[in-house]
Design a protein around this ligand. Structure first.
Ligand SMILES: [Zn+2]
Length: 334
């Protein structure tokens, strides 16, 4: 499932490419025809990420809320301007890829792309290795033959300007809201460190966690406690803090709770910049390249069940916690 970093990256691409432009909206699949008609022809004026949700604002107090859920993804095609904050750590600049051309890319060599395409810039969301995507690239060859491209598959909504096209497939939520509904939705969500970098958000997170009897492993996944953390970051944050996932929130020492918040803020920033859930620090250049290229080399515990802990050698454990897979080291996180 796409975690908070992906949604921030998508939002930055919308800020750079769509905000300020009149957008043509349609629902090639038909399921969002009414919503698309409400947006069609309006100028996009805002793009915000809060945790795993994205809010696109249009003139006339119309908002589009999107939650990608497990399977959602955005595909960008056309002339894609890259946001500087993600361009600095990512590349493929100046190169043509199957679905578009990146026009302004400062540093083509500083980048390592993930073998599974996790940090792609033209498709952000649930990683897909489907026939759908294969057939797209086979068809298109190098560059776009026509713009906009024919919609392929179940495109819930297509947002289009003169130069760029964004297709949304498979979201959990895609709906039009008014400003009061946006405010109510955001108010229910926990803090997001990229949105609230101040001390207040840390206080809010700390005081909520310290009141709850709920295991910290569940609290980190609760979007009303902290927005944006999913299964990968949950496991990795707990390992980095050497914290047992079953510890009730109210029994986690205050300094450790604050440490979790600050570490999440740090990992989220790295995730937005690199496009990957890089959770290991202090790697030498060779190890860093390996970790960027392959998920097997960039996590402490996630998907490492049965393998020896990188720190103590104990086998990493996999258990179900509230129907989600939880990975941890029973020795380091005793
Ligand atoms: Zn260990």
């Amino acid at each position: 499932m796409p975690e908070g970093h992906s949604v921030h990256r998508i939002t930055r691409q919308f800020e750079r490419n769509f905000v300020g432009h009149v957008v043509h909206a349609s629902s090639p699949q038909g399921r969002f025809a009414v919503g698309a008609a409400e947006i069609d022809g309006r100028r996009m004026i805002d793009a915000r990420a809060v945790g795993k949700q994205m809010f696109l604002g249009f003139e006339g107090d119309v908002w589009l809320r999107v939650h990608l859920g497990m399977y959602g993804a955005w595909d960008f095609a056309g002339d894609i301007l890259m946001d500087a904050t993600i361009a600095s750590a990512n590349g493929r600049m100046g190169q043509t890829n199957q679905r578009g051309t990146f026009l302004d890319a400062p540093n083509p060599d500083a980048v390592v792309f993930d073998s599974a395409g996790e940090n792609s810039l033209h498709s952000i969301g649930a990683p897909r290795k489907t026939r759908l995507r294969m057939s797209e690239s086979e068809k298109e060859g190098n560059g776009l033959d026509t713009f906009p491209p024919e919609p392929i598959g179940q495109v819930r909504v297509r947002l289009l300007t003169d130069t760029i096209c964004a297709d949304l497939r498979g979201p959990t939520a895609c709906e039009v809201l008014d400003p009061a509904q946006v405010e109510a939705t955001v108010a229910k969500l926990g803090p997001d460190p990229l949105l609230d970098p101040g001390k207040g958000a840390e206080e809010r997170f700390t005081s909520v966690v310290r009141k709850k009897p709920t295991p910290i492993g569940l609290l980190l996944m609760d979007q009303n406690v902290v927005a944006g953390i999913g299964n990968v970051y949950r496991a990795e944050l707990l390992f980095r803090a050497r914290l047992n996932p079953h510890t009730p929130g109210r029994q986690v020492p205050e300094e450790l709770v604050r440490g979790l918040w600050r570490d999440w803020a740090k990992l989220l920033r790295i995730g937005v910049e690199t496009g990957q859930m890089m959770t290991m620090d202090d790697l030498d250049p060779e190890a860093y390249r390996a970790a960027m290229a392959s998920r097997d080399d960039r996590h402490w515990v996630y998907k490492r069940e049965g393998l020896p802990c990188r720190v103590c050698g104990t086998n990493i454990v996999l258990e179900e916690m509230a129907a989600r897979k939880l990975y941890w080291c029973p020795s380091c996180q005793a």
